[in-house]
Write a protein that binds this ligand. Structure first.
Ligand code: WQD
Length: 334
């Protein structure tokens, strides 16, 4: 029998893809999700892909009793903690909600782990912890910071886990700093961005899909006066299946070495907004009308990963190209 892995936020975009990757690797995923930003059909779709029903516990990480019950019922060997609020713009308007959900939520999850005896956790962090990057490509050792409350919650989440792992060697913590996750599962069965209407997606890929589908008539490009070759900001877009595999490799490393790690999950390649628009037009065969708009508050110019540590510690290497990211997103979104 494989190890049981409890995934908070397991029915969301990253969670669903990670459940499938875990199953392929022989782990047994258990989803803990409140479905506030996940599609209720997702567990059934995961089951279609894996050929077995996935266990789902409906619950919120702010509900300590619900968490305690889930841990008591399933006795997970490890946790992948993905449940979090993640809209940068919303976080600036509602910092309390972000601090409560992302920081207090993490503390509740760790508390439930302590009671149950689970000592292995993979934490969903973000390149946002580099603030305005001081070094490019960004190594894990770069100075850390934040430019909005969302980033603040990810940084303190990392620090909370670092302190726990530092003080008690029984704990092993895998901190994964995602760059820009995008694309969809090759089967077409998992939704690329199951954002619910309460909080429309702010990210580039769902906006590109919206224009290609005709739900909006043009893409606003937030500034073309950045210090980059074409004037638009540069990011490191990484396929969601690569991100999912990164979680499996992180878990494998934690369980075999008993050593904590903090690694970037990126491709190491930078891509500008205009390059992304061109790649997406190519994938969907439609023109994406664009308008230059003012810079978005809190944006940074250039952000892409130094991928050497991920390769060394996890044996991780992104496998999907930008063209595959766009084609897979379009295949599901079309
Ligand atoms: C990418 C680029 C925009 C929309 C954020 C978080 C990060 C991570 C992913 C969360 C930027 C430009 C976008 C549009 C545009 N975490 N853009 N028009 O800002 O790199 O990262 O999301 O889950 O922590 O900070 O991602 O996809 O919003 O933007 O021109 O309509 O596309 O300015 O340069 P970002 P993004």
């Amino acid at each position: 029998m494989g190890a049981t892995i409890l995934l908070t936020g397991g029915a969301g975009y990253i969670g669903a893809h990670t459940c499938v990757a875990l199953d392929t690797a022989g782990y047994i995923p258990v989803i803990f999700d409140d479905f506030s930003n996940a599609d209720r059909n997702t567990p059934a779709r995961i089951g279609q892909l894996t050929g077995k029903a996935v266990t789902v516990v409906e619950g919120n990480i702010l509900d300590k009793q619900g968490l305690a019950r889930a841990f008591a019922d399933y006795q997970p060997d490890a946790v992948i903690h993905l449940a979090a609020r993640k809209a940068v713009g919303q976080s600036a308007k509602h910092p309390f909600l972000y601090i409560e959900n992302n920081a207090a939520g993490l503390i509740n999850v760790v508390g439930a782990m302590r009671t149950c005896g689970t000592r292995t956790i993979v934490f969903s962090s973000s390149a946002t912890v580099y603030g305005t990057p001081a070094i490019l490509p960004i190594p894990e050792t770069a100075p850390l910071g934040f430019t909005n409350p969302y980033g603040f919650t990810k940084l303190i989440g990392e620090q909370i886990l670092d302190q726990i792992a530092e003080a008690d060697k029984d704990w092993t913590v895998g901190i994964l700093r995602y760059f820009n996750a995008a694309g969809a599962h090759g089967s077409g069965l998992l939704l690329p961005h199951p954002e619910h209407s309460s909080q429309p997606a702010e990210n580039l890929m769902p906006r590109l899909l919206g224009v290609a589908q005709g739900t909006s008539d043009h893409l606003k490009i937030f500034g073309n006066d950045w210090d980059t070759p074409d004037g638009t900001p540069i990011r490191d877009y990484i396929h969601i299946e690569d991100i999912a595999r990164g979680h499996v490799l992180s878990l494998d490393a934690l369980m075999t070495t008993q050593k904590s790690h903090t690694v970037n999950l990126g491709t190491g390649d930078g891509c500008s907004v205009l390059q992304m628009v061109a790649a997406f037009q190519n994938a969907c065969g439609r023109e994406i009308p664009c308008q230059i708009a003012p810079r978005r508050g809190g944006d940074i110019g250039i952000c892409y990963a130094d991928v050497r540590r991920a390769r060394q510690i996890l044996g991780f290497e992104a496998q999907f190209s930008l063209a595959e990211i766009c084609a897979s997103a379009w295949a599901v979104g079309a």
